[in-house]
Design a protein around this ligand. Sequence first.
Ligand SMILES: NC(=O)c1ccc[n+]([C@@H]2O[C@H](COP(=O)([O-])OP(=O)(O)OC[C@H]3O[C@@H](n4cnc5c(N)ncnc54)[C@H](OP(=O)(O)O)[C@@H]3O)[C@@H](O)[C@H]2O)c1
Length: 248
Amino acid sequence: MYNPFSLQGKTVLVTGASSGIGRAVAVECAKMGANVVITGRNTERLNETFLALAAGEHLQIVADITTESGINSLVENLPKLDGCVNNAGIAQPLLVQQIEKQDINEVFDINTFAPIVLTQKLLSNKKLNKKASLVFTSSISGVYCSAIGGSLYSASKAAINGFIKGAALDLAGREIRVNSVNPGLIATNIFSEGTVTAEQLDEEIKRYPLRRFGKPEEVAYAVIYLLSAASEWVTGTNLKIDGGFTLL
Ligand SMILES: NC(=O)c1ccc[n+]([C@@H]2O[C@H](COP(=O)([O-])OP(=O)(O)OC[C@H]3O[C@@H](n4cnc5c(N)ncnc54)[C@H](OP(=O)(O)O)[C@@H]3O)[C@@H](O)[C@H]2O)c1
């Protein structure tokens, strides 16, 4: 059947696949025919994602990609890839006056340094096929807006938005494309660990013209587009998925 968005025959790595957006990306990519390699630190939750994947030649690799040994063992165990979804990340709301050097390290290690280092290692270890597509889960935060306590997170994501543009230029000659998705608030666990109160979320939802937060699958569909042949002429793009939030 004609389907320019098909991922049939493609092998795709998804980081942060043990929950939230990454899990949805892995599940939806497998439904579109991809063989997926999923990674995260939590063995049990990663396995839950693995069990949810449609039939295919999938792999799961437990790794902390902020450590040298973790990222190296991930890369060593990877097959050749047609796509990589750099999605693992954390939110750590802090007022500027509260920020300590250790906080900067923690947020940047996973949100910024790990995806950049992974990209470099995929290239130097020849793990990317020609015409591979690299997708980064960034955010509207740091590019179009921010939030109180969001300076560090915004900075870590703004760096990614810049990185994908330069990387897109560096890799265009090899027909490797580099793009980001920039979601608004998506209903995942990222804000459910005491970082934001239920009252704050109730107030926040009113700022969305479409009157709801996004679903992880709605980010996954954009990722599928960027991984597929449908976007073969798209590189260096930051793709907003935000229910109209940044219009106001
Ligand atoms: N939810 C939103 O509203 C929203 C909006 C815009 C952008 N984003 C971005 O979307 C991405 C996914 O967020 P989410 O909402 O799906 O959050 P989530 O449910 O908390 O998932 C985060 C994922 O990152 C992984 N991770 C964290 N630290 C890691 C490390 N050191 N090494 C390897 N994996 C690590 C976690 O796996 P383990 O716990 O197994 O390590 C988990 O799978 C993040 O980059 C986030 O910034 C989210």
